[in-house]
Every structure is written in structure tokens, then in C-alpha cells.
Design a protein around this ligand. Structure first.
Ligand SMILES: [Zn+2]
Ligand SMILES: [Zn+2]
Length: 233
């Protein structure tokens, strides 16, 4: 049987996805060390709750209107070439990139401050079944599978569902996004009492992650921590 991991392995590029250097030694699958070093890495000096700003203190926005999630860790700022990589991954079926992004998240999550909080379980940002049929895969779930394996933290694949097929958040103004996503998720009680890391690709307004955190906490999650590939600033 041709499993997903077999397809993934077959599709893995032997060269760096950015500079196409064939000889460069690579830290992670698919990218050479010099290119890795030049990615727009986020420093940990930002609001630990929402992941924005350049100051390692809770920001005014989080103080005045506290989100349901407890911490946010973003690997990258959503700049070139990360925006291009995420775009290729999601919209050009660049499934082999899930290995690269998942390995980067697993590798660096242990080094980043908020992630040193022990995590009991991982949940991927759920996709509505209709959207899943259109795209063929849930980009966050593919990354979450790799992170779960690498960090040996259980992945709760069926704990959260998207029960309303809302219009894509990217098509809406920032203030419309919270309204759009309200009530969109359903979470099972199996995550009750657990410290949950939610994996998503890009965090923009944080409205989807906040609604999911709210739903997870209603189902008894002890704490919720966003692990995202990139954060818009
Ligand atoms: Zn390279
Ligand atoms: Zn904040």
C-alpha cells in the first residue's frame, strides 16, 4: 500500500528548497544551513501570550482583553521566504514541505521559552470536512504529526472538529474575524485536564486560535499554547 509517508519520502527534495544547493550539509530535510540561518526567525522577546511586539512582557492588548490561550510561540515572522514556503505548501500541494516545517518546529520548540512549559497533548487547527475535500490535506495536521513524533507528545487527531464551514478568515477584515469564527469548533472531553499545544501554520489576528482555545477550555483543557510556524506582525 502506498502510504502518505512513502509518498512524502519519495517527494523529498535532495537539494535545498531555497538555493537548490546540492552539496550543502542540511540540518533538516530540505534546507541547507546557510538558508536556515537567514530565515526570519522570531526572537522570544515578544508578548508571551499573543506573540507580537518586541518586548518580553504581556502586551497592553492582552492585558485589557485577555485571550483564552495562555502562550504563543511563533517560529518565524511572516516574511519572505517563509510566506512563499507556506503558500507553496498550502496551495501548490507542496506536501513534502510539511516535513521541513514540522522538523523546524520540533527542533526549535524545545529552545523557545514558552514551550518549555510541559505539554500533555497536541491538537492541530481543525479544517472543515468540505474544505479538507477541496484541499486534500490539512496543512496543520501534517505538521502536527511530525512534531508529535519528534517530541513524543500524543497527537489528539479527532479531539477537535470544525463544525461550521466559515468563509476563509483571510477574506475578512480583522474585526470581522472573531464574529466569523464564533461557534465553529467542537472539542471532545478527552482533552480535559491536559496542557494542550495547538499547531497552526500562520497566526494573523489570532481569532481562530482564540475561538479554538475557548472551546478547548470549555471542554476542560488545563492550558492552551499556540505553536505556529509564522506570525504576522
Ligand atoms: Zn540553501
Ligand atoms: Zn499580547
Amino acid at each position: 500500500m502506498l502510504t502518505f509517508s512513502k509518498v512524502l519520502n519519495a517527494a523529498l527534495p535532495q537539494t535545498c528548497v531555497l538555493c537548490e544547493d546540492r552539496k550543502a550539509k542540511s540540518h533538516v530535510q530540505g534546507m541547507c544551513s546557510p538558508c536556515l540561518a537567514q530565515l526570519p526567525w522570531r526572537s522570544s522577546a515578544c508578548c508571551p501570550q499573543c506573540g507580537i511586539g518586541n518586548n518580553a512582557a504581556i502586551c497592553g492588548q492582552c492585558l485589557s482583553n485577555s485571550p483564552f490561550y495562555d502562550t504563543t510561540t511563533a517560529l518565524f515572522a511572516y516574511f519572505y521566504p517563509i510566506d512563499a514556503i507556506v503558500h507553496a505548501y498550502k496551495y501548490q500541494k507542496g506536501l513534502y514541505l510539511s516535513r521541513l516545517l514540522g522538523e523546524l518546529m520540533a527542533m526549535h520548540s524545545t529552545n523557545l521559552h514558552p514551550v518549555s512549559i510541559p505539554i500533555d497533548g497536541i491538537v492541530a487547527m481543525p479544517m472543515h470536512p468540505e474544505r479538507l475535500r477541496e484541499r486534500g490535506f490539512n496543512q496543520s495536521h501534517e505538521i502536527a504529526k511530525i512534531v508529535s513524533r519528534a517530541l513524543k507528545i500524543p497527537l489528539y487527531s479527532d479531539a477537535c472538529q470544525r463544525i461550521i464551514n466559515t468563509p476563509p478568515q483571510a477574506t475578512l477584515a480583522l474585526k470581522e474575524r472573531a464574529k466569523n469564527i464564533k461557534g465553529a469548533f467542537d472539542c471532545a472531553n478527552e482533552i480535559a485536564g491536559l496542557r494542550i499545544a495547538v499547531i497552526d501554520d500562520v497566526m494573523t489576528s489570532g481569532a481562530s486560535l482564540n475561538e479554538l482555545a475557548k472551546t478547548l477550555k470549555k471542554s476542560g483543557a488545563k492550558s492552551v499554547h499556540n505553536w505556529v510556524i509564522a506570525r504576522t506582525l
